[in-house]
Design a protein around this ligand. Structure first.
Ligand code: BDR
Ligand code: CA
Length: 310
């Protein structure tokens, strides 16, 4: 089967970097573009990290296009405390030699989806600002995308606040636009991604992966959280990429999801109603992940990538 074509809208970010590595290494996916947004760290760093990853991993022909520095209406927030000052923890990849593509990420998304209606999946693993700007400028991207899948939200508890997950909380108005666009959002949130823990035996396998392990995976993961035999940081963004490679890894349930934009304590909450009561769902929401098959897939793809770059 021909690989699934994807645009990755991201804010690398440790788990974004691990997600990009997975997408690049999988024979079932073809990255047709990377777009960047300010999120985990500022736009200059997220874009710089995407450019560094492109050269370190070896896909220099894929365009990287920068987008919005911050939320549509709100003061920018970041997660540098979680991802490190520069966004990739202790990993220090060589400076990129190639520049980003000219233009804005939102226009890249519009032009790329317009050129191949029904063929390209849009996957967003950062705040949804670029996606919302693209929808405001060209609402038909909701028809042209083959699928729109995100890492974002939660129907249980948050990580930015008790109620809200970071990618939604960083730009709730943008998320509300994305969930209201008429497409069915594949929402993989913390409910699923918190099951994808890089525990000790996962990191041990990464340690045996040459330059990929030593220069990227291990310094990223060890910065991201304490690793023990049973605990480790959740590799959120890679879950959405893994789902695109093998949808059977995730259980999805239809729901009506609304984004809270006004709440004093709940801003950015994805209010998820599985009780459709006759309404048309606007989302398919991830409720569980097959953890052992997830890591089998992710680690075997990483091992392939490691062999190629050593
Ligand atoms: C999400 O927030 C970011 O910090 C991560 O990169 C991920 O996309 C998890 O809540
Ligand atoms: Ca991210």
């Amino acid at each position: 089967m021909a690989p699934k074509k994807i645009i990755i809208d991201c804010d690398p970010g440790i788990d974004d970097a691990l997600a990009i590595t997975l997408a690049h290494g999988s024979p079932d996916l073809e990255i047709v573009g990377i777009t960047t947004v300010g999120g985990n760290v500022n736009l200059a760093y997220t874009t710089g990290n995407a450019l560094r990853l492109r050269e370190f991993l070896g896909f220099p022909g894929v365009p990287v296009t920068a987008g919005s520095a911050g939320a549509l209406l709100r003061v920018p927030v970041d997660a540098a405390d979680v991802h490190g000052q520069y966004g990739l923890g202790e990993a220090r990849l060589p400076e990129a030699t190639l520049p980003p593509r000219d233009g804005h990420a939102a226009d890249f998304i519009i032009e790329t989806l317009r050129a191949a209606p029904g063929e390209i999946t849009l996957v967003a693993i950062g705040p949804l600002t670029n996606v919302a700007l693209a929808l405001l400028k060209e609402p038909r991207i909701a028809e042209w995308a083959r699928e729109f899948a995100i890492l974002g939200g939660s129907y249980t508890r948050g990580n930015f606040s008790p109620a809200a997950e970071f990618n939604i909380a960083a730009d709730p108005e943008a998320a509300a636009i994305a969930f209201g666009a008429g497409w069915t959002v594949t929402m993989l949130g913390l409910d699923v991604s918190r099951q994808a823990l890089a525990v000790g035996k996962v990191v041990d396998r990464m340690r045996a992966m040459g330059r990929l392990g030593a220069d990227l995976l291990v310094p990223c993961v060890e910065f991201y959280g304490m690793v023990t035999a049973d605990e480790g940081p959740a590799i959120h963004d890679a879950c959405t990429i893994a789902y695109l490679i093998d949808p059977s890894l995730v259980t999805l349930e239809p729901a009506v999801v609304q984004v809270e934009t006004a709440g004093r304590f709940t801003s950015g909450m994805t209010v998820t109603d599985f009780d459709l009561a006759g309404r048309v769902p606007n989302a398919m929401v991830g409720t569980s992940l097959n953890v052992s098959r997830f890591w089998d897939l992710v680690l075997s793809v990483y091992e392939d990538v490691a062999r190629r770059i050593d």
